[in-house]
Ligand binder design. Sequence first.
Ligand code: SF4
Ligand code: SF4
Length: 412
Amino acid sequence: MANKESYTRCLSAGQLVELDACTRCGECLKYCPVQEVTSDKSISPPEKIRLFREFIAGTEGLKSRFFGAGRIDQRLLEDFAKAVYECTTCGACGQTCTVGIFTQRLWPMLRREMVRRGLGPIGSQRETPGAVSRTGNPYDRPAAERFSPWFPAGVRVAGKAKLGYYAGCTGAYEAQPMVRGDIEVLGKIGGPFTMLDAEEEVCCGFPLFITGQFELLEELVKRLVVAYVRKGVETLVCSCPCCVNMMARDWPSFFGAKLPFRIRHITQYVADALNRGKLIINRGIEERLIYHDPCYLSRGVGVTEEPRAILRRIPGAKLLEFDRHGAESRCCGAGGAARKVFHDNAIAIARLAIDEARQKGAQKLVLSCPACYSKVGEALSGYDKLSGYGEIEGHERQLELVDIMELLSGVI
Ligand code: SF4
Ligand code: SF4
């Protein structure tokens, strides 16, 4: 595609206004986790916005009307593409933006424009559409293994039910204690719930959406929505914040209408069950817990209170907080598919969370996202050698990672 072609095709009118609104005040820089670990201003929100405004002005600005569209330097475009893919799309910049730019949806659209121009996605992100087409998941793992290695024995899945459960690819293949915990808790609550077959439960589309690769999205979303409707689902529950975010915010536009069922994060469903007395906690935990808010759950769909309400109900548990928590939480480093390419950034950001949890004296770092679970787990391996804490052996004795439903399933 010629560098002179329009740069605004993927953007809504509101996003064009947002791009124009950035005052370059720099407030967001204080909260950007990628800035924190790289100090590279070229990948900062105002710099990305400035460059993209330049691309628009060069091809569609006033001067271009009189003298024709200018050609954007290819090198500049390539640097921009790298910057926009190095972001974790955590949305902290948008949360703190002085003019209210909704960056969690602006960055994916800029990525989409890079895909249109053949400049994105980058690295192994390019393999995602092929993997999803072949196996239904971005990890290219056999569909037949989606549920079988972790699904707890003795929990019955109904053929049809008003409640549906979507495990999600990252949970099913990369964070199995988390999804096992979900099912054990749903089993204890006791009402009927249904699931799609392993071959039917394909990717929700988030890894494609977030990397700007939109081709398969409509087909995936329609396939899933129709399958859940056939199962009689009225409420669809899921524990992966990225899936929940994608379903609640973006599925309606790919489906072409309001969804015929409600989307809820598992902590919302379980907090409600506890309040109604449908789930009872039988045991306590005499430990200090610290809860990490996933970006796509807290900033993304506003779920911050329910996970805390669940943890506060566990007798003996003391709940600590990160300095930045709730909607202001700091990314764990795993978001936006950046972890697939910028591995060192992801590990360095995850270690910031581990450092703070340890400094606050937490014994368990409680997570609620499979991407956090897998990446923070990786960062914790070998952490002692690299952290500057010296010769502390056995990190698992210093700080244990646990998913919130995995934890809860042990006390009900
Ligand atoms: S979304 Fe997160 S990582 Fe990306 S620029 Fe904003 S604060 Fe930085
Ligand atoms: S806080 Fe908002 S207005 Fe200020 S530099 Fe960042 S993106 Fe621009």
